[in-house]
Design a protein around this ligand. Sequence first.
Ligand code: GLN
Length: 498
Amino acid sequence: MPNHLYHLTANQVTCGIRNGEFSAQEYIFQILERIEKVDNKINAFILVDKQGAIEKARSIDKRLRDGGAVGELAGIAVGIKDNICIKDLKTTCASNILESYIPPYDADVIRRLKENDAIVVGKLNLDEFAMGSTTEFSRYGPTRNPWNLDYVAGGSSGGSAASVAASECAVSLGSDTGGSIRCPSSFCSVVGLKPTYGCVSRSGLISYSNSLEQIGPLGKTVLDVVMVMNAIAGIDENDQTTKPIRPIATRTSEDISTSNISSKYTAGQNKRNITIGLVKELIQGADPAVSKCIYTAVDLFEGLDCKCEETSMKSIQYALASYYTIATAEASSNLARYDNIRYGFDYDPEGYEWNTYFSNVRNNFGDEAKRRIIIGSYVLSAGYYGKYYLKAQKARERIRQEIKSLFERFDVLIGPTMPILPFKIGEKIDDPLKMYQIDIDTVIANLAGIPAISIPIGFSNSFPVGLQIMADYMGEQTLFDVASFFEKIVDVRRSPEI
Ligand code: GLN
């Protein structure tokens, strides 16, 4: 039995358990011990479901002993961002407003993970209601970057990325409205996928901005992310925006994903002759410490018969304004339901007239959530709707059209995931505009509804750098092909010493 089971990838874990090298219980005890040992430094977990995890491991071991069947993800420790509902476990969105909310049902993704015998180990830290890029806006305090504890882990799924990097779980789920899976993946040196809009059910995800967000997996390898996607993607009748997955690459099916007709995604196809568009605006806007790493990756691709060409995406100039207008508009509407009547915390209305009571209740939102409610209400208000919200939708359509035309020429578009390296905790917290600006590279995929993945490509000044790869609508398989192709040729460190 390998001595540090918690370091194993998801694929190694489930293979090891099935082959009888170690039991699900042995593995899960090591994971729980690991969490106990390191999470006081990282702060990735909001809640650890020790008992639930042990019971699940026990049932997997028993079934295997009895010669019964186990699911595809049997025994794998999964952490869940705390804006995804799990039946009978507190779901807080890292907000005071939901401090005692216990969902009576499982999100569709959780139902699928459980059916596949994954072991849910707990709920992970995030920015309040997934609004932020650093996980500093959490009522539970910031998640720390496992590569340097004084630095941010990225956000808003900071707990999801840091927990995987620190080997507190093998894989995790995050949500990505404007980069929240990819940003922390890049900052923590893990792989993170934002799926095509409609690929994964949002039922049971507590809404921030419905038209932009998707749940997606984070893992140490592309294969681990693929395994989780195979479990969570697909149609759900509780989310009318879900579509059947299309694992076949969309553009040049011959070049990229030969006629491998299967209903599942795969990793490690080792494809060549890929046409890559390097988005000029994204590279030029990046810190040289980041862009240097990206150019090294481009050289590697070119050395492998890929055609890499610089291209321009003019509409990027509208991306942030469009994103923050639409996201805040939808957020203000989504957060209107927190009136402490249907969901809430312990606060007695006795003796208050309604307006005072309501404003006292709403004062329990943190500053960032309040800011977004105010901006969102403003851009939707009667006199300004056309000037802001409608205009933002028009800009979104322009971005979508430009991206569509780029995918007639390229299989994938690449650039940095984040324009900068991780920064010190507290450094940008008082400057919302500076904070919003770092989302420039990631919001595009959400506005266009296309899939995008961040993969580790190296280190700069001892901090991880992520490469973002975007593909056409439903082009997840193309992303997996390119990403695993790249993963094979560069060996990037994924486990910090902690
Ligand atoms: N940083 C972006 C925001 O604050 C993205 C958040 C997300 O993807 N959930 O809106």
